[in-house]
Design a protein around this ligand. Structure first.
Ligand SMILES: NC(=O)c1ccc[n+]([C@@H]2O[C@H](COP(=O)([O-])OP(=O)(O)OC[C@H]3O[C@@H](n4cnc5c(N)ncnc54)[C@H](OP(=O)(O)O)[C@@H]3O)[C@@H](O)[C@H]2O)c1
Length: 319
């Protein structure tokens, strides 16, 4: 095992820097993973613009090279994908409950793009808010995790998936990903379009990645007793909602932020998705990669995310 490794370091300027850091030892309950690939999220570019000095990254895939005391399940030599802060590094420490086995036949580049999207979108759909056959509205469905949400909803039996994008150019992408109906919000009224697609009833479940006015527009587009889950605030964190729409429709509102979830609860969310979603990863139904770049081009990857050019996840393969 080498004593030092290269990490992507943020907070010193507009771009990440490559720095040398010691390879950590796994503590109790932790696994040490030699990363094969890491993937980018919107939160990475947001942190790069705002945060103090830090090692960047949230998701990875690679091989377990050491385990700490009390680790049950994952073992040295196994191929895993997982989520943890400071993942943009050649070696990553993760809670053993926060890694999943990579199915046979799935490479590290594909696997690294999955953990955040799988746990966020599946965790937002369950528990209790979704049953097979129901309709799901996914806003900003063209985002990295939104595209995974569309695929998960289809894989676990959604009757209808309605996907939104601001751009007509991404309509085809969403249809190809599995959306039954695409709403282009720069051209169509979101509420009206969803009501039309659902025979005026509204959808059973909303996964909202936008917030602001979009979140407000989703409420009258949700059926009586339906669920609205806010996942992201790509537009705005503040929203003025119509309380009549909320009350008359008996809606249930929920917010999720898995980065702020306690370790054991996050482990339970990951354990729950394993039997439902990993088969769809294994057979190729959930493959979200847009671009794979070498580690020394991480700042090019960030530019692709910032300019909203990506049609899926941006991945960096590790040396
Ligand atoms: N709750 C959680 O635990 C959790 C976990 C991960 C991510 N998130 C959140 O989920 C959201 C998506 O993350 P991501 O990494 O998948 O994002 P991403 O890939 O960077 O998403 C980019 C896409 O979002 C759409 N978009 C950007 N700004 C928008 C706006 N103002 N209004 C509407 N659409 C907009 C654009 O698509 P179009 O051009 O097609 O409109 C753009 O291509 C973020 O807000 C992120 O913070 C939450």
């Amino acid at each position: 095992m080498p004593r030092t490794m290269t990490v992507l370091f943020g907070g010193t300027g507009p771009d990440w820097e490559y720095r040398e850091a010691p390879v950590p030892d796994p503590g109790p309950g932790q696994v040490l993973v030699r990363t094969g690939a890491v993937a980018f999220n919107n939160a990475d570019t947001a942190m790069l613009d705002a945060a103090d000095q830090y090692v960047a990254g949230f998701e990875f895939a690679g091989e377990i090279v050491a385990v700490g005391e009390g680790v049950r399940g994952p073992a040295v030599g196994e191929r895993v994908m997982g989520t943890t802060p400071r993942s943009f590094a050649q070696y990553v420490l993760a809670d053993h409950r926060h890694v999943l086995l990579v199915p046979d036949g799935v490479g590290y580049e594909e696997a690294a793009a999955l953990p955040t999207g799988l746990l966020t979108e599946h965790g937002a759909l369950s528990p209790g808010s979704f049953q097979a056959g129901q309709s799901v509205l996914i806003t900003a469905a063209s985002s990295g995790i939104g595209l995974i949400g569309v695929r998960i909803a289809k894989a676990i039996g959604a009757g209808m998936v309605i996907a939104t994008t601001r751009s007509v150019a991404k309509r085809e992408l969403l249809t190809r990903t599995g959306a039954d109906v695409v709403v282009v919000t720069d051209e169509q009224d979101l509420t009206q379009a969803v009501l039309e697609a659902t025979g005026q009833d509204g959808v059973d479940v909303v996964l909202d990645h936008v917030g602001g006015q979009t979140f407000a527009d989703c409420l009258p587009a949700t059926r009586v007793d339906g669920h609205v889950v806010n996942i992201g605030r790509l537009g705005q964190a503040r929203s003025t909602i119509d309380l009549d729409a909320l009350s008359y429709r008996h809606l249930r509102l929920r917010g999720v932020s898995f980065g702020f979830t306690r370790a054991a609860e996050l482990g339970a969310v990951i354990a729950e998705l394993t039997p439902q979603v990993l088969p769809a990863v294994a057979d190729g139904r959930i493959r979200p990669v847009d671009t794979t770049l070498p580690f020394d081009q991480a700042n090019t990857a960030a530019a692709r995310l910032r300019t909203h050019q990506a049609h899926g996840k941006v991945v960096v393969s590790m040396p």
